[in-house]
Design a protein around this ligand. Structure first.
Ligand code: GAR
Length: 196
């Protein structure tokens, strides 16, 4: 079995879209792949309950319990490799709101994916939707990319664009973008599984 470990910090809607796609599109039968665990750095992440409802093992690793970023990332990697073993799991960041150390990123090189709510390379970082509105963009969107040490960079695997409408707020635009995230993230993961 090829194991996938999903990391979340919040509502987990991308995680749920991935879990549903894995079932619907029979990843276990087609690719011998399955989501083996969901890990959150926040105990109050709503996505944890959603994962459990789907029968997925969950774990919380609170970053505040660690003295340094390096210490947290080392503990996180240990848990990912345990829950995603045997073999090398695919690690999927789905609204995981932590900056990762170069050591962590290097350990998962080529098998660490992220989704970012902008059309990268535009608007790396936070507040992407408000920044797109403020810049007068007519299009916004989301990007799935391989993670490299530089934040929100790395080879692009998939993108989707949506219109920015005249009366959009950051929230209405985010909701429109999110519907597309739920399409492109599972599709990008499935493409990776086809290759491995
Ligand atoms: C998504 O919009 C994702 O693109 C974004 O957080 C949201 C998580 O929603 N990620 C980032 O901003 C990463 N820098 P979800 O928990 O419902 O999937």
């Amino acid at each position: 079995m090829k194991n996938i470990v999903i990391l979340i910090s919040g509502s987990g809607s991308n995680m749920l879209a991935i879990l549903k796609a894995a079932q619907r599109d029979r990843w276990a039968a087609k690719y011998r792949a399955r989501v083996s665990a969901v890990i959150s750095n926040r105990a109050d992440a709503a996505g944890l309950a959603l994962a459990r409802e789907q029968g997925i093992t969950t774990e919380v690793l609170d970053h505040k319990a660690y003295a340094s970023r390096d210490a947290f990332d080392a503990a996180l990697a240990q848990r990912i490799d345990h829950l995603g073993g045997p073999g090398e799991p695919l690690v999927v960041l789905a609204g995981f709101m932590r900056i990762l150390t170069p050591g962590f990123v290097g350990h998962y090189s080529g098998r660490l994916l992220n989704i970012h709510p902008s059309l990268l390379p535009a608007f790396a970082g936070l507040n992407t939707h408000q920044r797109a509105i403020d810049a007068g963009c007519q299009l916004a969107g989301a990007t799935v990319h391989l993670v490299t040490p530089e934040l929100d960079h790395g080879p692009i695997l998939a993108q989707a664009a949506v219109p920015v409408l005249p009366h959009d707020s950051a929230d209405t635009l985010a909701a429109r973008v999110l519907t597309q995230e739920h399409v492109i993230y599972p599709a990008a993961i499935e493409k990776m599984l086809q290759k491995t």
